[in-house]
Design a protein around this ligand. Sequence first.
Ligand code: LLP
Length: 421
Amino acid sequence: MDHFTYRNGELHAEDVPVAEIARRFGTPAYVYSRATLERHYRAYDEALSGRPHLVCYAVKANSNLAVLNVLARLGAGFDIVSAGELERVLRAGGDAGKVVFSGVGKQEWEMKRGLEAGVRCFNVESDTELDRLNRVAGELGVKAPVSLRVNPDVDAGTHPYISTGLKENKFGIDIAQAPAVYARAAELPHLEILGVDCHIGSQLTSVAPFLDALDRVLALIDTLAGQGIRIRHLDMGGGLGVTYQDERPPEPSEYVQALAERMGDRSLELILEPGRSIAANAGILVTRVEFLKCTGHRNFAIIDAAMNDLIRPALYGAWQAIVPVRPHQDGEDRAWDLVGPVCETGDFLGKDRSLCLAPGDLLAVRSAGAYGFVMSSNYNSRNRPPELMVDGDQVHLVRRRETLEDQLALESCLPEAEGGG
Ligand code: LLP
């Protein structure tokens, strides 16, 4: 459930008409709902309340400081994949002691920063990364808390670009090799083994692959116990899907309950890293129709948002609902392709959408709170849109619209040529 609903014939974000937001801040614009973010986070936290747990929101899904701050105030932990994300968490008031540091290519300076800040755990993805972390921790005179990300070789049944738990994916340590890698880790003087981690993919719509992965990881934990290695936490990663169209993914409570049943009375702390299921349906992208262009073949609605603002449709062929902000009371629906101003045929946010449109209409692309703004770019030298957070009847500008000056600030021309050369 989310807080983007129609009232008096127009779309509202919580208590604020979306058209009012567009009038004040222009379009395109990302609009988030605080109440929805909180609701989704609490769904996990409450479902896990009977056992030791930590919900580490996956920062990559939406790393706006205000989003992180809303979650930090609820006591959330965070899953980060770079020193940049760590800095965001700290600036947003997050607790480094509740941060897990994931990612397949951590650099030395990032490890150092993580250790200095006191992150809760490093999710290590290879034996060579273990050596690097051991060395960096040794130089700082500390022990690095680690968990190995294992690759359980299960098919998440999701888009190949966001499927991560198969042998052919770059992620994690082959689960069959894991006992040997743990044995090595146990010998390294500057590491402390805390847990086991896995993440098998994103936008999963059934619990079965998670449970397959869990069974394999629990078997590994038993093997490790036999080797004298005690595992204190189990991190199952993120990946729970959301409804974009007609998917029916399990609710966080059903997912958590299924995991808890399989874990029985093991005293493991359970860590989860949900991103999309917290943020996706807590955001919309508001855009305006610039032109309608009907050729003999197709009807194009040219809108002011483009693939640089929201790349999921172009990159994954993702489908996101596109709804009118103020639906027309009369008029006929037609099938429209919603395309942006960028010079690429792949620049569409939706195709064949049945809508009644007039130039100037406002539209909302739903489920845009996760992997939306964070994947945006300046392609075609377009300014990235602002981000707004609605809280009840208040709208807060939590990132202003970029300007051309912002874009140009990091660049320079070559020096003037000397001697006319
Ligand atoms: N933990 C790890 C280690 C991850 O790699 C990810 C996502 C998550 C947690 C969070 O997964 P979630 O709960 O959001 O599914 N850009 C793609 C999604 C990429 C996901 C990458 N990893 C999209 O727009 O669909």
